[in-house]
Design a protein around this ligand. Sequence first.
Ligand code: UD1
Ligand code: MG
Length: 429
Amino acid sequence: MSISIVILAAGKGSRMKSTTPKVLHEISGKSMLFHAIDAGQKISDDITVVLYHQAARVQEAIEAEYQNVNFHMQDVEQFPGTGGAMKGVTTKYEKTLILNGDMPLITQNSLLALTGGEADINMSVIKLDNPDGYGRVLIDNEKVQEIVEQKDCNEAQLKTKTVNAGIYCVNTELLNRYIPLLSNDNAQEEYYLTDIVKMAVDENRTVSPIYVEEEEFKGVNSKFDLAEAEIIMQDRLKKELMAMGVTMRFPDTIYIDCRASFEGESILENGVTILGASKLINAHIKTNSIIENSIIENSDVGPMGRIRPLSHLKDTHVGNFVEVKKSTLTGVKAGHLAYIGDASIDEGSNIGAGVITCNYDGKAKHKTIIGKNVFVGSDCQLVAPINIEDDVIVAAGTTLNKDVKKGSLAITRTALKILPDFFYKFFGK
Ligand code: UD1
Ligand code: MG
């Protein structure tokens, strides 16, 4: 569709009380601004983000993720306000959709609803029991007449419960003509984008109110708003995943990153956390386990298992208190209390309780390679780099620091001594 999008993200966001720019705060693993950009990119290839506060940091974050986003630096000193933000912005298409960078819950469908029809301006409105803080929208005969900011309202206007949700789709030619004409003659001495509505009405142009769901247009201004938006986003994500066949026990206790993907039929028990772009295929993740940026395929983890980034488990059983990092396990059983880092372990191998891959020598990380049908007994240390070939037994309690050839037994053990009656000699009878 031929529509341009401008995302306003220059504001300071002082109510967040944070050194991180407001729009870079994350909801379900993705920054608020990226949620808005993603929704926008589904309907437009011309997106401009308006920046000012911590502009370099926000721009850098966007550029690391997106190639085709344009930037505009607002002159906040001279032209503060949402109208000032639009000064000097040029857009490619006939219609320009303007939205705020702090509305992470907006969806493609709601954006589309604003772009239709014949009106010169479509604007998003919500009816609220408590309209406090919002610009009031004066509507006559289903046409918007004016938006009055709360601080500029008279007594009667303050009672209006129809408010401006803050998203507009404007005929670009009108926008380009009106923005230079805005004045800051108002209570906040700011240039209000909302004043373009009155300008259009004065020229007999039509401004249509589009009634929208409050939830999607929720602006995030504080850490409390952030937490509320997170709950709404998690609810949405989980509903979609359950509709796709993912089973969740007590969904309210589960956290899922919006970048995670699921295939087949997976089960998530209570307290499970799925982080990053993890991929779960027919996985069973048991109580209180954490999966981070990993692939879990026809495998089960936990309870209380921790799978750290860049791991791939296939046809594998990982039990309680096992930590796996950057490792590939295929057809493996690691039932209890182990650390497996920078390893690759092949089919039919068993990792006993208390096994540790000593992958770090204090300077660098090293790999542990374990072949097929290897039995690693309990409480072994595998000092990497190390290569254990197929069909090997590593006896319980072994500290292994040399490669082991196919079919061997590896065992390090000091001779066992048993001294009869030693207890009584030591402690007395
Ligand atoms: C604005 C609307 C108000 C509406 C409300 C909905 C105006 C004048 N008022 O008010 O009618 O009910 O949103 O949430 O537009 N921004 C800039 N540069 C600036 C100031 C703001 O880019 O100089 C950006 C902010 O980063 C934010 C957005 O514009 O993303 C909205 O700014 P904000 O200060 O929150 O506007 P409100 O006072 O809430
Ligand atoms: Mg606001």
